[in-house]
Design a binder for this molecule. Structure first.
Ligand SMILES: Nc1ncnc2c1ncn2[C@@H]1O[C@H](COP(=O)(O)OP(=O)(O)OP(=O)(O)O)[C@@H](O)[C@H]1O
Ligand SMILES: [Mg+2]
Length: 343
């Protein structure tokens, strides 16, 4: 079987940093593969190799069966890339950005114009199309970025944290747009630190940490593989929370957590729930709520990597300076990337 996107033993080192240490992954045609991992896991490195912007030190990567190193030109003609940092030109308008890319891709003036108008309409940017991108909101920029990667009608998309920094509404809109693209037959590799995003969009998930695959499977399989079920206990009186936490931890003998007004604990033994109820009853703690649910992808991630996913919220004022710095540093590079991927 030929996968739309496939890597075998992919490795890349930057001086002493082993960004990828032998990664295998594959996405079936028409599916979404979620590539998850904490900061520095190697997600962007993998995407850049697939997008022919970096060459691997070892292993191989193919797009629709074409080797990304030996057949880089073919690969470029098949893919669309939405990078982690916006790649559109701030000083041009929305329309100008898309026209420029269309012309670089070899479209005639009229064809480029029609494609730009169509995409701007589809991404609800028609009203702002004549404004310089620097006046766009974060969500509008992200939508334009996605539109820019679609000018050449790619069937295989690489989306590197496409929704980082967006508010929940814009994120939901972008999810809808991605779903429509997939329904039209596209294949996507999506990196994200939002676990619910992977849960919502991905057919399969590969979790990497420090350049290695640490788990893979469908979102459901991952959820039931790690942790299984979670018992959630909320004491009736909020004052009892700390004591409830201690008692549940003692009864379960495993790691427990306080989440809001509840204590959560992974359930590995069917006896745990009745044991917790008896214990709390004996200690005179009234229980307001007791539920057994499947562990969330967040909990799976925590169990796998030892820490929670912490997306950078680039909308936050004090972090936006840093994000701008990074983006600024990368502008030249991205302009080059765009030019490269457009030849
Ligand atoms: N051009 C480079 N030069 C040196 N080190 C690099 C370079 N690119 C990436 N790295 C390092 O390789 C590792 C993997 O980086 P990568 O950007 O692939 O991670 P990531 O999973 O995309 O992280 P994030 O979630 O923060 O975007 C990191 O330790 C990073 O510092
Ligand atoms: Mg990255």
């Amino acid at each position: 079987m030929t996968y739309a996107i496939q890597a075998e033993g992919l490795a890349k080192r930057f001086k002493e940093t082993e960004a990828l240490a032998g990664v295998d992954l594959a996405a079936r045609t028409g599916s979404v593969l979620g590539l998850l991992g904490p900061n520095g896991a190697g997600k962007t490195t993998a995407v850049r190799i697939f997008a022919t912007l970096l060459t691997p030190d070892a292993g191989r990567a193919t797009v629709a069966g074409h080797d990304v190193v030996r057949e880089a030109g073919v690969v470029r003609s098949l893919i669309g890339l939405t990078g982690q940092y916006a790649a559109v030109d701030e000083n041009l308008t929305g329309t100008e950005n898309l026209l420029l890319i269309g012309r670089l891709l070899g479209l005639q003036r009229r064809g480029a114009r029609a494609r730009a108008a169509e995409l701007l309409d589809r991404f609800r940017l028609s009203d702002a199309a004549g404004r310089a991108v620097k006046t766009f909101s974060g969500g509008m920029r992200r939508r334009l970025d996605l539109a820019a990667s679609l000018v050449g009608r790619p069937s295989i998309l690489f989306l590197d944290e496409p929704t980082t920094g967006l508010d929940p509404q814009s994120r939901g809109e972008l999810w809808g747009m991605l779903r429509a693209l997939i329904a039209d037959g596209a294949t996507a590799l999506l990196t994200t630190q939002y676990l619910n995003e992977a849960d919502q969009l991905a057919d399969d998930i590969v979790v990497i940490d420090k350049g290695r695959v640490i788990a893979e499977g469908t979102p459901d399989a991952l959820k039931s593989e790690v942790g299984g079920q979670v018992l959630q206990v909320r004491p009736l009186a909020a004052d009892d929370l700390v004591r409830t936490h201690a008692l549940v931890a003692e009864t379960a003998g495993t790691r427990t957590q306080i989440e809001g007004e509840s204590v959560t604990v992974p359930v590995k033994d069917a006896e745990l729930m009745p044991a917790v109820v008896r214990r709390l009853d004996r200690e005179g703690i009234a229980v307001g709520e007791l539920t057994l649910r499947r562990s969330s992808l967040d909990e799976v991630f925590l169990a796998l990597t030892g820490h929670r996913a912490e997306p950078e919220e680039s909308d936050q004022p004090d972090e936006s300076a840093q994000a701008t710095d990074e983006a600024g540093g990368a502008v030249g590079e991205h302009a080059r990337e765009r030019a490269v991927s457009s030849t």
